[in-house]
Design a protein around this ligand. Structure first.
Ligand SMILES: *[C@@H]1O[C@H](CO)[C@@H](O)[C@H](O)[C@H]1NC(C)=O
Ligand SMILES: *[C@@H]1O[C@H](CO)[C@@H](O)[C@H](O)[C@H]1NC(C)=O
Ligand SMILES: *[C@@H]1O[C@H](CO)[C@@H](O)[C@H](O)[C@H]1NC(C)=O
Ligand SMILES: *[C@@H]1O[C@H](CO)[C@@H](O)[C@H](O)[C@H]1NC(C)=O
Length: 432
């Protein structure tokens, strides 16, 4: 509410003194060589129009359209003092002011806008720890510096193609140079390293108005961790589906960086992969890299014998950071069906369908019974009137020989049962 009188007051002040110069835009970013239009407006007929760009004062005349800085607008008599700069120069970075003679008095009216002449920053620099490898769980911190851009460059972070956002990013800090307006931006990123980060590339990308293309600085992360099983927890594993007399492959997938050294123990034989036992019946294969630090560790039994099924095969995978030990058993049975959770869900679905079907069937049955009773059809026909007739009579009875449609549905041919008003033609036969 207070805004209206306030605005009116301002308007009145403007009308009375004529001292408001409206400048648009108030700030603009341009590359060297691009054009720019700056417009100043007053609410009276201007007699002249001047713009101060850099160190130079330009007198702008609507009739003169020669040169790189010319008048632009509908005319001084409309109160418009506009300027068209055809090609922005590097040294014009800074304030641009328009100067307009006052309606009376001798002090020129003026307004100022800010022109930022874009200046490409230096290449981004990624500053981080000297070490090249880290451990899982380490807190990694790096800083990206993009120096001397105007305006400040924008920094974005990526881990491979994934943009880093949120809590891992710190607020960027800027530091300007007063004379040139060139700004240096710095931003830190911190991340608790995971096994998955190993081999990924951390990238700092700098984007800037003065550049067509972004620029990047990056480094690859190496994360080390001890061998660990990936298919399941625990130190027990059963391999199913082996056949007596066939070759048996015992495979375990582990994740490890650096790669694991592998040792299998079968009874009193210890095989350091790759290796074979004396008679060549058991072979410990070299770890097969599956990528991303995953390895397939395999022990091959040339022919699975009955006693092999009773044994336990001990696998030990070791690297600098630790070890994983797994007791492997084999079975000639097929792998048990899908986990309890999934089959539970399937059972639930089946149960729901069953319940729905059951309830529907019950409803239909109840409806039919009620309907039949209410209308005295079918089995209920006449029963309420003839409670003295034994129940067995209707169920044993053959279909009625006559072509009566209602009667055809009735399991009874006994005339006494067709004694109600539904079968008036039978009425004479009825012995009530
Ligand atoms: C540019 O204009 C701003 C705002 O009007 C003012 O604060 C600043 O001192 C001016 N800069 C120069 C170099 O004149
Ligand atoms: C940003 O990271 C650099 C390099 O890791 C570090 O030296 C600096 O202290 C960090 N600054 C802040 C504010 O966290
Ligand atoms: C063994 O290898 C097969 C085929 O790659 C894989 O599906 C299975 O999960 C592996 N078993 C273990 C225990 O790693
Ligand atoms: C892993 O090992 C098993 C058994 O040797 C083999 O069947 C399977 O093909 C291997 N998987 C891959 C991806 O190499």
């Amino acid at each position: 509410m207070a805004a209206v009188p306030a605005f009116f007051g301002l308007f009145l002040l403007a009308v009375v003194t004529g001292q408001v110069v409206d400048i648009t835009p108030q700030q603009a970013v341009r590359r060297v060589g691009e054009d720019l239009i700056v417009t100043c407006k007053v609410n009276y007929q201007a007699e002249a129009c001047r713009m101060i760009v850099g160190q130079t004062s330009y007198l702008l005349r609507p009739g003169n359209q020669d040169g790189d800085v010319i008048y632009h607008g509908p005319g001084l008599d409309k109160g418009v003092c506009g300027m068209h700069i055809r090609r922005v120069k590097e040294e014009w970075n800074g304030n641009i002011s328009c100067m307009i003679p006052p309606p009376r008095g001798s002090i020129e009216l003026q307004a100022t806008m800010r022109l930022i002449v874009a200046h490409a920053p230096e290449l981004p620099v990624l500053i981080g720890p000297q070490q090249t490898t880290f451990h899982e769980g380490d807190r990694f911190e790096a800083q990206c510096v993009v120096a001397r851009g105007r305006p400040a460059a924008t920094i974005k972070w990526f881990l491979d193609d994934e943009a880093l956002l949120g809590s891992e990013l710190h607020e960027p800090s800027t530091e300007g140079e007063s004379t040139s307006d060139l700004v240096t931006v710095r931003q830190n990123v911190t991340r608790v390293l995971r096994a998955d980060d190993s081999g990924r590339r951390l990238t700092c990308r700098s984007e800037h108005e003065a550049l067509e293309q972004y620029r990047e600085a990056s480094r690859q992360l190496q994360v080390h961790y001890p061998p660990k099983r990936v298919d399941a927890d625990g130190n027990q594993l059963t391999i199913f589906g082996l056949k007596i007399g066939d070759q048996g492959r015992l495979n375990v997938t582990v994740r490890s960086n650096p790669p694991p050294s592998v040792e299998w123990t079968v009874g009193d034989q210890v095989l350091v992969a790759p290796n074979q036992n004396g008679d060549g019946t058991i072979t410990a294969m070299p770890p097969v890299p599956l990528g991303n630090g995953f390895y397939n560790l395999t022990l091959i039994l040339a022919r699975v014998a009955k006693e092999d099924v009773e044994r336990t095969y001990f696998l030990r995978a070791v690297n600098d950071l630790g070890r994983e030990e797994v007791a492997v058993r084999i079975s000639t049975m097929d792998e048990p069906a899908a986990g309890p959770q999934r089959s539970g869900v399937e059972l639930d679905t089946g149960a729901i369908v069953g319940i729905v079907v059951g309830v529907l069937a019950l409803l239909v049955a109840v409806f039919l019974v009620v309907f039949a009773k209410a209308t005295d059809r079918w089995c209920f026909a006449g029963r309420s009137h003839h409670t003295d007739i034994p129940d067995g009579a209707d169920s044993e009875a053959p279909l009625p020989p006559h072509d009566d449609i209602k009667g055809a549905e009735n399991p009874s041919h006994d005339h006494e049962y067709i004694s109600n008003g539904k079968h008036p033609e039978k009425k004479p036969d009825t012995a009530v």
